[in-house]
Design a protein around this ligand. Structure first.
Ligand SMILES: Nc1ncnc2c1ncn2[C@@H]1O[C@H](COP(=O)(O)OP(=O)(O)O)[C@@H](O)[C@H]1O
Ligand SMILES: [Mg+2]
Length: 237
């Protein structure tokens, strides 16, 4: 069953139309990877889901309810969290404080359980966000969303700028979060790494989803990767 249904979404930014009638469905408790070239509109799509852009037309339906045009706090209250591009921690606050704020934002008190997903953060609880490495910051950013116990977690290029070993660590954590029962929408430039954990992979180019493939087919077809990176013209399947 689809928990997220996006249909015919049209979104403009500045003078240009970025999403031109985009349609995609995400099944409950799957990881849906959104792949595509720079500037394709991946971030715009994620920000529209969480209410940061108002679509010109089309619909976003979450768990059967039309949330198109709802305010960001209303969408957050439904259990949707975005981990934005570039992480954006509270750099003056400690790791523990960042995590506590994430839980409190959802009216929850407990946050220490997140250390089971990110045990590396245990020894950093008293460190300020601004002093952490890129990989550590990303774990805190994901952890801060996770402690809100979201039903849908949306991640915008979580492996951006990370060393190759850390890319796999972060994406393994994403799969572990899915196993806790969370549905995931994942934008990634590291296509091979994303395909390892994605149940479905969708190519976004020219303002629309050009192709959607299940896990096995996506891995078996190298030309799919090329399309994802380059946004090349798509031949009929
Ligand atoms: N702040 C902005 N103001 C106006 N246009 C923007 C802005 N940010 C992005 N855009 C436009 O939206 C397009 C899609 O951007 P974005 O969603 O960030 O793509 P992606 O995440 O796939 O790289 C860009 O090509 C650019 O033309
Ligand atoms: Mg982006």
């Amino acid at each position: 069953m689809s928990i997220l249904e996006i249909s015919e979404l049209v979104v403009a930014r500045g003078a240009g139309i970025v999403l031109q009638g985009l349609t995609v469905e995400v099944a409950n408790n799957e990881i849906a990877a959104i792949l595509g070239p720079n500037g394709a509109g991946k971030t715009t799509l994620l920000e529209t889901i969480v209410g940061l852009h108002r679509p010109q037309s089309g619909h976003v339906v979450f768990d059967g309810d039309d949330i198109t045009g709802a305010k960001p706090h209303q969408i957050a209250a439904r259990g949707i969290r975005l981990v934005p591009e570039g992480r954006r921690l509270f750099s003056g606050l400690t790791v523990g404080e960042n995590l506590r704020i994430g839980a409190e934002g959802a009216g929850l008190k407990e946050w220490r359980w997140v250390l089971e997903i990110f045990p590396q953060l245990q020894k950093l609880l008293g460190s300020r966000g601004g002093t952490l490495s890129g990989g550590e910051q990303q774990m805190v950013a994901i952890g801060r969303a996770l402690v809100a116990k979201p039903r849908l977690m949306i991640l915008d290029e979580p492996s951006w700028g990370l060393a190759p070993l850390l890319v796999d660590d972060v994406l393994t954590a994403v799969e572990n979060i899915r196993q806790l029962g969370t549905t995931i929408v994942l934008v990634e430039q590291n296509v091979e790494a994303a395909l390892k954990i994605a149940g479905q992979a969708h190519i976004l180019a020219d303002g629309k989803i050009q192709r959607s493939l299940g896990h096995d087919e996506a891995i078996a077809r190298p030309e799919f990767l090329r399309e994802a990176y380059l946004g090349a013209p798509i031949a009929p399947a």
